[in-house]
Design a protein around this ligand. Structure first.
Ligand SMILES: *[C@@H]1O[C@H](CO)[C@@H](O)[C@H](O)[C@H]1NC(C)=O
Ligand SMILES: *[C@@H]1O[C@H](CO)[C@@H](O)[C@H](O)[C@H]1NC(C)=O
Ligand SMILES: *[C@@H]1O[C@H](CO)[C@@H](O)[C@H](O)[C@H]1NC(C)=O
Ligand SMILES: *[C@@H]1O[C@H](CO)[C@@H](O)[C@H](O)[C@H]1NC(C)=O
Ligand SMILES: *[C@@H]1O[C@H](CO)[C@@H](O)[C@H](O)[C@H]1NC(C)=O
Ligand SMILES: *[C@@H]1O[C@H](CO)[C@@H](O)[C@H](O)[C@H]1NC(C)=O
Ligand SMILES: *[C@@H]1O[C@H](CO)[C@@H](O)[C@H](O)[C@H]1NC(C)=O
Ligand SMILES: *[C@@H]1O[C@H](CO)[C@@H](O)[C@H](O)[C@H]1NC(C)=O
Ligand SMILES: *[C@@H]1O[C@H](CO)[C@@H](O)[C@H](O)[C@H]1NC(C)=O
Ligand SMILES: *[C@@H]1O[C@H](CO)[C@@H](O)[C@H](O)[C@H]1NC(C)=O
Length: 792
């Protein structure tokens, strides 16, 4: 695997080097500037003279650095970036300062941008808390039996609550609602007497109800105080209450509750019990799911309590977000965990612990309000196809990831940045909206596609043969035409494809070998200053011929489509061979006698001798093959062999007598030879070696030959195989034996130990000393019969 991937990488990199670096811009073959800049990172050269040579095809769409390298003037490189313009950017202001009844807390408000695919747009937003921002506070109180004392506290503290909130903001409204539970079994008792008075006879109370909007939001604190005095508690059976029903109505009944659009919406939810949620209604036979609509009658009573199930938490959280509600859960210690879990699902919400009689309610609400107010969260809603990234908050406490700041005080300016990007050209303008959670404000960023070039140099140097429009340095052809100057007519049904067929090298299947442009069925190859690309499919490159010491064709020929065309007198793949044979003649010899190059013992190749072999398969030696192989021994060899054994070149006695008359060959007996020169030959006829001793005595060559040849008998391969098998079996046996020996020693040792242990007196009793009987015997103290009575 690894080798493959390495090899593949190598092949790919080699290919890209050979065929020129391919990149997305070039590969896409964009034929207009707009098409080119729709590709992330690509740029277009609009310079008309880009590539002066009319045959030169250098892609106008390329990486900007490539265009510059290829000679496109900087000013003519079209590489636009995403832009933005804040078209509405009102100052931060308090309520009523700039707009009636409205504050401006986030800026800018409108941004118009042109966004180029792959070029992210970084938007910077800043947020400032307005003073005296309107606050709507709706108090939702659980009025079940156990909350009676809390109601008392609220009666006592109502006035102070209103005033303390008015201290925070001048524009404050207060409302009040109460809830108990659905009035069906098993949530209440349906015993007739209990329906009218669910409480005890001694302390009667009102009929159970689900939710009453007792007092819509009003600026009059007095009304709140009076209303709280009016209401009385009631009771239900089970512990959890129908609080989610009440919350849902309080949230979605925007008009009845009287929520203002441009205000902070606080919903205080005060209880000492848990809540029922979706599915619990089935216990009372209510199966219709909650639909999240408002069902309050003109008295402000929830009418569908016994028809619709409790809302699900998810549904409720959605509505809370949609209507910018910020819940404050004021709950007693016993249920604080439950509501903390609920709070975690709601972006801007707080849980506070209520004392059992609600005496700390004012501090709790003020703290909660401050915590909510200091939390700034921006919500981004972007259509699909738009990527939001790099969301960063610059809070008073420092930089943080995400669009969220805590502890923002009135007057603080906090900043946020986010990057917006698209991968492809947008087809139409779209809006991305960013809004601070809990406020009725919004930043709208309108994204328009930046996929057209505004070219400056549009004086057409040609009329695109009348079949296209000149744009940004290139012809954009009309339908049915193609080619650099739109001169190719695509009448053929197959269109441009039919041209491509004629431009495609069947061997590689690549159009113009990726080094040229297909123009009406023929390739126009890319031009380079130091490199010539040609051939029908641009498959030839004049730098790919063989080289000698780095020189293409040895600098002695032309490179034509990968083959050297050598100058006169030179040959070879890289023109490395001279045809001149003068260097093959031995200068020591008279040329008139020796008419053959290489002493007749070899061939003259590239001005040097390649020597032949003699009849015994041994090469001639020397620069001119002038040296006989084997020296003096070799010269005598044939004659000695024929006299001594009748074998070799002169294997008949005629040949031997004719050629070897001057030899006097004696086969030696046991005695040694008197001659000093010694030679050792191999008789090729039987592969045996024999020694000879000779001396030249006058014209006669006196030779002694050893009586016996030394013959090497080759070993039969079956013996080798048998030997190997025997070795393997032998080693195996040895290992087995050693193993057996070792185990035997170990066994013997253990047996000895066992015998020793067996003699140990502890084991003699027949019972393991650590063994305990599974049964214990107890004696019933009341029983005197003397026999065990209970076996446990
Ligand atoms: C931004 O928009 C304003 C108003 O639409 C315009 O006057 C101004 O020229 C634009 N600025 C840029 C840089 O486009
Ligand atoms: C409202 O503020 C004033 C002065 O800052 C203070 O005296 C008063 O006690 C505050 N009222 C409440 C209810 O907190
Ligand atoms: C936000 O930007 C404003 C103006 O650029 C600057 O005065 C302020 O200090 C910034 N706030 C933070 C928290 O960085
Ligand atoms: C985008 O926002 C602008 C300004 O609010 C609005 O005029 C335009 O209709 C919105 N466009 C879309 C597609 O929603
Ligand atoms: C385009 O130019 C060529 C020569 O420059 C001319 O022959 C031809 O008529 C022109 N075509 C049109 C449609 O102008
Ligand atoms: C392709 O080449 C063939 C043979 O050379 C020729 O007949 C045909 O017209 C060419 N097609 C195109 C579209 O040029
Ligand atoms: C290859 O072609 C180029 C351009 O035509 C030329 O300058 C160069 O000398 C040629 N090289 C060889 C080895 O033919
Ligand atoms: C060349 O040939 C002549 C006679 O043909 C002879 O005398 C002479 O020795 C030869 N030289 C060599 C080097 O063989
Ligand atoms: C002599 O040698 C030749 C070839 O070298 C061979 O054909 C012939 O059979 C040999 N004769 C004898 C008698 O060995
Ligand atoms: C060969 O040499 C021996 C002595 O070494 C001699 O007796 C014999 O006559 C010689 N044979 C020939 C043919 O010259």
């Amino acid at each position: 695997m690894h080798y493959c991937s390495l090899i593949c990488l190598f092949v790919i990199s080699a290919l890209t080097t050979v065929f020129g670096a391919a990149n997305l811009c070039v590969d896409t073959k964009a034929n207009s500037c707009g098409e080119c800049i729709s590709l992330p990172g690509c740029a277009w050269c609009e310079y008309p003279e880009y590539a002066n040579n009319p045959n030169a095809v250098i892609s106008r769409c390329d990486l900007p650095e490539n265009l510059e390298f290829e000679g496109c003037p900087k000013g003519s490189i079209m590489n636009p970036t995403s832009t933005q313009n804040a078209t509405q950017n009102k100052e931060h202001s308090n309520v009523g300062e700039l707009d009636v009844g409205k504050a401006t807390q986030i800026r800018p408000q409108l941004i118009k941008s042109k966004i180029r695919p792959g070029d992210p747009l970084t938007v910077r937003l800043s947020f400032k808390q307005a003073e005296d921002y309107p606050v709507d506070l709706y108090y939702l109180l659980d009025l079940s039996n156990s909350m009676e004392n809390d109601l008392e506290s609220l009666r006592a503290l109502g006035q102070t609550l209103g005033e303390s909130m008015q201290n925070i903001t001048r524009d404050f409204r207060l409302g009040f609602g109460s809830f108990i539970d659905k009035t069906v079994m098993p949530f209440i008792s349906t015993v007739p007497s209990k329906i009218d008075n669910p409480c005890s006879e001694a302390a009667p109370c009102v009929k159970t109800y689900s939710f009453h909007n007792d007092l819509p939001l009003t600026p009059e604190i007095e009304a709140f105080v009076n209303k709280v005095k009016d209401v009385t508690h009631s009771s239900n059976l089970d512990n959890p209450e129908g609080g989610l029903d009440a919350m849902m109505q309080a949230i979605v009944c925007q008009d009845q509750i009287n929520w203002r659009k441009d205000a902070t919406h606080l919903l205080v939810y005060s209880t000492d019990a848990g809540f029922h949620y979706a599915g619990d209604g089935k216990l009372g036979g209510i199966v219709l799911p909650n639909d999240g609509y408002c069902y309050l009658d003109n008295r402000g009573h929830y009418t569908k309590a016994n028809e619709m199930d409790y809302p699900s938490i998810g549904h409720l959280v959605k509505k809370i977000s949609k209507h910018n509600i910020q819940p404050i859960f004021a709950v007693t210690e016993n249920v604080i965990q439950t509501y903390s879990n609920l709070q975690k699902m709601i972006p801007k919400s707080v849980v506070g612990q209520l004392t059992s009689d609600s005496s700390n309610i004012i501090d709790l609400i003020q703290d909660a309000y401050n915590a909510l107010k200091g939390k700034v969260i921006l919500e981004v809603s972007a259509p699909s196809g738009v990527t939001i990234s790099d969301q960063t908050a610059y809070c008073s406490s420092g930089k943080a990831d995400g669009l969220e700041c805590d502890g923002v005080k009135i007057g603080d300016v906090v900043n946020f940045t986010l990057s917006i990007s698209t991968d492809t050209c947008l087809t139409k303008p779209i809006n991305v909206s960013v809004s601070p959670y809990g406020y009725n404000e919004e930043v709208i960023i309108t994204l328009s596609p930046l996929c057209n070039c505004e070219c400056t140099q549009d004086e057409a140097p040609n009329n695109c043969t009348g079949h296209g429009a000149y744009e940004c340095g290139a012809c954009v052809c009309n339908e049915g035409f193609t080619g650099l100057d739109c001169s190719c007519d695509q009448q053929d049904e197959a269109g441009i494809e039919s041209y491509l067929v004629n431009c495609t090298d069947a061997k590689t299947g690549v159009v113009c070998s990726d080094r040229g442009e297909c123009q009406c069925g023929s390739c126009i190859c890319k031009q380079f200053a130091d490199r010539k690309i040609d051939g029908k499919y641009c498959e030839c490159d004049n730098t790919t011929c063989d080289r000698v010491y780095g020189k293409i064709c040895n600098d002695l020929g032309k490179c034509n489509c990968g083959k050297c065309e050598c100058k006169e007198g030179w040959t070879g793949n890289a023109c490395e061979c001279t045809l001149d044979e003068s260097t093959c003649y031995d200068p020591n010899k008279d040329k008139n006698n020796d008419t053959k190059p290489c002493s007749g013992n070899g061939e003259c190749m590239c001005g040097a001798c390649e020597c032949k072999t003699n009849t015994n398969g041994i090469k001639f030696r020397g620069q001119y093959c002038e040296t006989s192989p084997g020296g003096a021994c070799d010269i005598h060899r044939d004659c000695i062999q024929c006299w001594a054994f009748g074998t070799g070149t002169y294997n008949t006695s005629e040949l031997c007598q004719d050629n070897c008359a001057k030899y006097n060959v004696t086969v030696l007996g046991d005695e040694g030879s008197a001659y000093q020169q010694e030679c050792r030959f191999t008789d090729l006829s039987d592969d045996c070696v024999f020694n000879v001793y000779y001396a030249e005595v006058g014209d006669v060559i006196m030779v002694d030959v050893d009586k016996e040849k030394k013959c090497i008998t080759s070993i039969d391969p079956t013996y080798i195989i048998i030997g190997i098998i025997a070795a393997i079996v032998g080693i195996g046996l040895a290992i087995l034996l050693i193993w057996k020996l070792l185990t035997s020693i170990k066994d013997a040792r253990e047996y000895k130990n066992f015998q020793k242990d067996a003699q140990n007196p502890k084991w003699q009793g027949g019972e393991n000393p650590i063994f305990k009987k599974a049964t214990s015997t107890f004696r019933n103290p009341m029983y005197t019969g003397g026999k065990p009575t209970a076996n446990l």
